[in-house]
Design a protein around this ligand. Structure first.
Ligand code: ZN
Ligand code: FE
Length: 257
């Protein structure tokens, strides 16, 4: 399975998955249709599936126009998003499986950013290969989504679920927010050397207009403060050792930053 990263709108990424053996493709979170249609033309591939992580327009905005060109494409989304994902035909819940290109993705229910948010996790196809996580606006490189429809008590367990995946998992999040996320992270987690060097690297990448996505879950675990509720310095900052309280404190700080 090939993964093609397409920039869209001001800071979105759309992911086109291609099966080289069957000339079919799937798309994750099509903000808009034109870049996807262009890529499908270039790949000479037929769209068979749309995987949506949640209902926000910058993730489903292209659904209708893609279905117009590919009427038999199947539209997947969360059961909790019934009625708010255009063209939805499949209503997924935690633990469900979806398949594409002889790969199976596990559906992870990760509410918090929205009440229906899901992620798709493709386990590695072979021992030395990475897994692929499409996590929308739940987990970002260096950050996490805002709590539009959820509470820390919902979001922290969602992020714990993502954190429990293997280190060698590529994180394909839907926005290029990495630089501002890491600047915030460095302001609250000052003793973290891995974070400092990641920030330095990301500053260079962004200066050259390079994407920072995908990241590796291993580096998220060591540098993303929203996955680090058990780090003593962050517990001290939040004056708590309770994971939900620590996470909620950091999320509130970021909201005010
Ligand atoms: Zn969103
Ligand atoms: Fe978004």
């Amino acid at each position: 399975m090939e993964i093609h990263r397409l920039p869209a709108r001001s800071d979105n990424y759309i992911f086109v998955l291609r099966d080289p053996n069957s000339a079919t493709a799937a798309v994750v979170d099509p903000a808009d249709a034109p870049p996807v249609l262009n890529k499908l033309r270039e790949l000479n591939a037929q769209l068979v599936a749309i995987f949506n992580t949640h209902h926000h327009n910058d993730h489903v905005g292209g659904n209708r126009a893609l279905l117009k060109q590919f009427p038999s494409a199947q539209v997947y989304g969360s059961k909790q998003d019934d009625g708010r994902i255009p063209g939805q035909q499949h209503y997924l819940k935690d633990g469900d499986k979806v398949t594409f290109a002889n790969r199976t993705a596990q559906v992870l229910f990760v509410p918090g950013h929205t009440r229906g948010h899901i992620a798709y996790y493709f386990a590695p196809s072979a021992a030395n290969e990475p897994g692929e996580l499409f996590c929308g606006d739940a987990l970002f490189a260096g950050g996490c989504g805002r709590l539009f429809e959820g509470t820390p008590a919902q979001m922290q367990p969602s992020l714990a679920k993502l954190r429990s995946l293997p280190d060698n998992t590529r994180v394909w999040c839907a926005h290029e927010y990495t630089l501002s996320n890491l600047k915030f992270a460095a302001s609250i987690d000052q003793g973290n050397d891995a974070l400092r060097s990641r920030l330095t690297q990301v500053i260079q990448q962004r200066n050259q207009n390079q994407p920072t996505i995908p990241s590796l879950l291993k580096e998220e675990k060591s540098t993303n403060p929203f996955l680090r509720w058990d780090t003593p310095s962050l517990q001290t900052l939040a004056k708590s050792q309770d994971p939900i309280t620590v996470f909620g404190h950091i999320r509130a700080m970021k909201d005010r930053a």
